[in-house]
Design a protein around this ligand. Structure first.
Ligand code: GDP
Ligand code: MN
Length: 323
């Protein structure tokens, strides 16, 4: 398969990304040798490149990419003073005062798939520093995506802080009103709205882990949508994350059966862990996470909403994991 692992990282993230890569290699990629792409708004230093390459099987290609300025800067339609005022006004919201965080979210929404290094790939798996996977994967997950016509795969879902995106849903509704034919007949709107699209319930797939067919991002629907959102200034006048944007697009534009919840991919990004509570999944995949940590059915998660929206059967004993 033409697939890669992709991560946007800083040189300072070296000792946080190494353990992530190690687990990906040990649990999966040592048998498959898929490529890695590392993006950075600064040039990667020699130490970063050397130590990262050192723990990846030499059969895998590794790309270290210094981003072109266009992918990490203000577009000309943004009023810089207005953007600065927003950062002050949002100082009490997580990352609300950060300029780089906004460039990061915009990159992960609008740019990553447009970088020429991604052109050779059909699928990507996004990875981040300080994350972990806890189960063996003894089949090729990219082939699985392809064979089953899956487009978007996730492990953890949760609620967004509404104050980071007050205008995301109104803007989305305007966009859909202009292009109602973009709505998939068999969409997953039930996951992101409790009242048929009137309001956004803040549920989204946590995009720090995602396995996706890149044609989803290359589609006309997605590109026009993110272009439309970008023009509203939502990345700089608010603090829009890429996760709700990817998730809303997937939930509206894709048939729901092409969205895959990877229960068997145990995954941790602080502070949440997905660990399969079904013993057959846990044992078959030789997992080593603590099942009591599983976030899926806890309050802030959207696991319940996902199971309800899709009609999937919840795992046995899930009631004991609702904290
Ligand atoms: P969180 O997961 O939302 O708390 O945000 P993170 O701090 O984990 O950032 C998300 C991803 O973007 C991580 O892979 C970071 O390494 C990366 N990242 C965040 N800010 C920057 C930045 O300014 N430069 C680069 N190169 N990467 C960044
Ligand atoms: Mn992170």
């Amino acid at each position: 398969m033409k697939a890669c692992f992709m991560s946007l990282v800083r040189n300072d993230d070296l000792f946080s990304i190494l353990p992530t890569i190690r687990k990906i290699e040990d649990r999966f990629n040592k048998n498959y040798n898929y490529s890695y792409v590392f993006f950075n708004d600064q040039p990667f230093n020699d130490e970063f490149q050397k130590k990262v390459k050192n723990i990846i099987n030499p059969k895998s290609e590794v790309h270290f990419v210094h981003l072109p300025k266009e992918m990490w800067s203000y577009p000309d339609f943004i009023d810089l003073e207005e953007a600065a005022k927003t950062r002050v006004a949002m100082k009490d919201i997580i990352y609300g005062d950060s300029e780089s965080y906004r460039h990061m979210c915009r990159f992960n929404s609008k740019w990553f798939y447009q970088h020429p290094v991604m052109a050779e790939f059909d699928y990507y798996w996004r990875i981040e520093p300080d994350t972990a996977i806890y189960c063996d994967m003894d089949h090729d997950v990219f082939e699985y995506m392809n064979n089953n016509k899956l487009v978007y795969g996730f492990s953890i879902s949760l609620h967004e802080y509404e104050s980071t995106i007050p205008n995301l849903w109104p803007a989305t509704k305007n966009f859909i009103q202009q292009r109602p034919h973009f709505l998939n007949n068999n969409n997953l709107i039930k996951f992101i709205s409790d009242n048929d699209g009137d309001l956004f319930n803040q549920c989204h797939f946590w995009s720090n882990f995602e396995i996706v067919n890149l044609n989803f991002y290359r589609s006309l629907q997605y590109q026009l949508y993110v272009e439309y959102l970008d023009k509203t200034g939502i990345f700089f006048y608010e603090r829009a994350g890429d996760a709700p944007i990817h998730s809303i697009a997937a939930s509206l534009f894709l048939p729901q059966e092409s969205i895959k919840y990877f229960d068997s991919i145990a995954y941790m990004h602080p502070p949440y862990t997905h660990c399969p509570i079904d013993d057959s999944v846990y044992l078959n995949n030789r997992c080593d996470c603590n099942q009591n940590d599983d976030f899926t059915f806890q309050g802030y998660s959207c696991g319940m909403q996902y199971y309800e929206a899709t009609g999937m059967t919840k795992p046995k004993g899930y009631e004991h994991h609702m904290k």
